[in-house]
Design a protein around this ligand. Structure first.
Ligand code: NIG
Ligand code: FE
Length: 410
């Protein structure tokens, strides 16, 4: 049983070595009038339509893309799913002049999302989250990260991670799990105590039950210090977990230098990066993960120095940061538009930054992120033959037809 997509303008986004960095980000080769063979959910072949039709003479189904663009499915390497409710009232308070930091003290902010999560049943959380993942699929996200961080206790974090595993088995999208164990300080602890509990109890339990692929920490004046982060990241490194860091979102704390020194795969936010940090990113092993939906939703300045990073040969990825506080947006085509308009990426750079590079950040670059033989058949056929239409028609959903693991989305 095999399926052919023919007459596509195919952007395979292949690269000899992920992640793409510097000038490689924007160089896209195209297979004009290309065809793709899908078998058992995987890509079996890619080539000129004429050759593929010669070689595969009796396909079970043919999809004629009629010149439309075909790209790999989007990989969203930073979301705070699962969560269990919105905080639109906090958003309204911010419109009236309250600060995010102020709303986060006491009952609001991350603590609020934690309560919403912790009072709901597993089924309620799964139902709420699943409907969001369907929205994401409809706008082209075929792989994504989910994080804990709203559990805010050992049991709460383990439960959130267990829910991620249940979603992973229910959904066709490729999902990875990250333990964001240092997100906000649970009320019962001092910061140093909580770091001890995380290192001694939570991290080993999550690792032993195979609930995490990666760990993450929020370094910020309202969250954790680089020293606390370092203790935690060292412990995670000993378990061979992928390291991620929320750094330089609202202030400069030295988190990026630490994360670079530890070889974190992804260092995220980066709105307050210094020129030394930019230079150090250069040929490092770390990807600069920029989150334009958070920058936009928070009306935050300065912007992360995307062009500077690219000029210094850094690898960059673009992700949603999907969460009810700072980024209630999961729509990757819109996020590409924000990255192009606010951060100055080209459409071609944005394509690398939302496919192969985030796949690398998540450690799944052998499975997804490009159109290559043996990878998952996660493919998007756009309703256009011009790549720049994605950012140009901001807010429009350009997915004409998509495939996740070889299955049609619509
Ligand atoms: O990435 N920065 C910390 N965490 C999230 C926001 C979480 C929330 O407000 O619920 C972020 O922006
Ligand atoms: Fe985040």
């Amino acid at each position: 049983m095999y399926y052919l997509i023919i007459h596509g303008t195919v952007y395979p986004v292949t690269t000899p070595r992920a992640p793409r960095r510097g000038g490689e980000l924007g160089s896209q080769s195209i297979v004009a009038d290309g065809a793709i063979v899908i078998k058992d959910g995987l890509i079996q072949a890619l080539g000129p339509t004429e050759d593929i039709l010669q070689a595969y003479r009796s396909p079970d189904q043919i999809f004629d893309a009629q010149g439309r663009i075909v790209i790999p499915g989007f990989v969203d390497c930073h979301t705070h799913l699962p969560f269990a409710g919105w905080r639109a009232d906090e958003y309204r308070s911010r419109l009236l002049g309250q600060s995010y930091q102020n709303l986060g003290r006491g009952e609001g902010g991350i603590a609020r999302s934690s309560r919403q999560l912790n009072i709901q049943s597993d089924e309620q959380v799964l139902t709420f989250t699943e409907s969001l993942t369907r929205e994401m699929l409809s706008t082209g996200t075929t792989a994504f990260e989910m994080k804990s961080g709203y559990g805010l206790s050992v049991q709460g974090e383990l439960r959130q991670l267990a829910l991620i595993q249940r979603l992973k088995s229910r959904l066709d999208q490729r999902i990875t799990a990250t333990g964001l164990f240092l997100h906000a300080l649970p009320q019962e602890y001092t910061a140093d105590n909580w770091v001890d509990v995380v290192i001694d109890e939570l991290l080993p339990a999550a690792h032993e039950r195979q609930l995490v692929d990666a760990v993450d920490v929020f370094i910020e004046s309202t969250a954790f210090t680089p020293e606390q982060a370092q203790r935690f990241l060292h412990a995670a490194q000993r378990l061979n977990l992928i390291l991620r860091v929320h750094s330089d979102q609202f202030s400069h704390m030295g988190g990026t230098a630490l994360a670079l020194a530890l070889g974190a795969r992804g260092i995220d936010h980066l709105d307050h990066l210094t020129s030394e940090d930019v230079a150090a990113f250069g040929d490092s092993r770390s990807v600069a993960v920029l989150l334009p939906a958070a920058t936009y939703s928070m009306n935050h300045q300065p912007f992360p120095p995307a062009r500077d990073l690219i000029e210094h040969n850094a690898a960059i990825a673009i992700a949603s940061d999907f969460n009810p506080g700072t980024a209630p947006i999961s729509h990757m085509p819109l996020i590409i538009s924000l990255a192009v308009h606010l951060f100055g990426l080209t459409p071609e750079e944005a394509l690398s930054a939302t496919t192969i590079n985030p796949a690398y950040v998540l450690g799944i670059e052998q499975e997804v992120g490009s159109i290559e033989v043996g990878k998952r058949a996660d493919l998007l056929i756009l309703d256009t033959d011009q790549l720049e239409s994605i950012p140009y028609r901001a807010g429009h959903n350009p997915i004409y037809q998509g495939f996740v693991k070889g299955k049609q989305i619509r």
